[in-house]
Design a protein around this ligand. Sequence first.
Ligand code: 4AD
Ligand code: MG
Length: 478
Amino acid sequence: MKKSRVKIGSLKNINLDNNICVKGWVRTKRQGKNVTFISLNDGSTINSLQVVLDMQKFKIELIEKINTGSSVEFSGNLIKSQGKIQNYELDATEFVLLGESDVGKYPIQPKKHSLEFLRDVAHLRPRTNTFSAIFRIRHAVIFSIHKFFNDKGFVNIHTPIITSSDTEGAGEMFRVTSLDLDNIKNNKVDFNKDFFSKEVNLTVSGQLNAELGALALSEVYTFGPTFRAENSNTSRHLAEFWMVEPEIAFYDIIDNMNLAEDILKYIISYVIKNCFDDLEFLQNREIDDEKNLPQIQRNEKPLIERLKKILNTAFERITYTEAFNILRNSKPNKKGKFKYKADEWGMDFQSEHERFLVEKHFKKPVIVIDYPKNIKAFYMRVNDDNSTVSAMDVLFPSVGEIIGGSQREERLSVLKERMNEMNLSEKDLNWYLDTRRFGTVVHSGFGLGLERLMQFITGMKNIRDVIPFPRTPGNCNY
Ligand code: 4AD
Ligand code: MG
């Protein structure tokens, strides 16, 4: 009879002295004279199961075939452990080697590897404690986002991945084509002959389509992959990342800020409640990693305390102009410590400025609103001063900008004027303008970068380590 498999993560709910069957991959093996200890993991928990093999019961040649990386099915009795770390272990009575692993060739040895090395074996890194913890947390974050919106009556809208519009107007898009690029005559591309009979790209944001949804269903959100061809090789940028974008009719910028603060707190509290073991593992890993760093480069507080602090803090809310004045009068600015000097109103904030505001000045998350209109997208609502727009960026410790959003320009004439100023074609966006022609309403929304949030929640310093298969300039493997 086929044995039913128990997940290692559910063993804590099973009574001792029960006969069970587990399957997984071997993390480590310690072969002794009388017993062999195997640490088995199936990805359901950070806590691997210790399997004890009595050498008298099994042929040594068979035991020798079990190596780090091999997959094995074990059956036996769940017994109280004599070790100090775990409460129970498996006293194996039978095993089947499901898949061998050549000990000399398996890239992930039972030792600590650098994150850089593991990026080069991203196809196998989910088998490490660090990455299995990160991907379980990523799942919990995604699930909590859907739950948050579902409980509030939002409708999830799938917005297109292939699009002919450039929402952010930054022109950092990946072209999608079915043309035979090797045979373009005279270097002239005739897009009429392309698949869609026009120029199309991978989307940088689902917002414009989400707005169509909001102006019919009132509360919607889109949650999908977005693509940016910006050549920034930083620890916070990916060419392919996931963004959750709520869009809400009848919301002004204050409602928008409240929603942003609520969802961030909700997700973090959900992860603390549901992924505590994984967070604890990542916290210890970070403490261990930082041991050799000078005090100034270490995190002031352990990971879980940093997360809990967010829950108990009201985010600071300030205008761009207030933020600019703080930066201009700041010590690092006066001492020339910023790479980009804060000296001219209208400048865009760099990550160093955002982090100064959050980490040094306010020591809590900061929401900056009312940015100069010249550095923001066409769809943001123009303020009465006619020089700023009702934009909103949420800035977080260690990652900087985690959310970008705004109240949208609902007045047709003002929106058209802005598009003109920015050389955007009215014809191409006629469908979008129709929402302002027919039954326009005040509305707002924002985009939350999933991987930036994941960086904050897991404490990972590089964004490449919080997405299973990172795409960055010069790197598109697996
Ligand atoms: O500020 P952004 O560009 O805003 C928009 O795209 C709006 N249309 C969203 C909206 O209002 N519906 O991007 C939103 C967020 C950023 O705050 C950041 O967290 C993340 O997306 N983000 C990136 N994450 C990883 N890699 C990149 N290259 C990113 N660019 C933006
Ligand atoms: Mg932004």
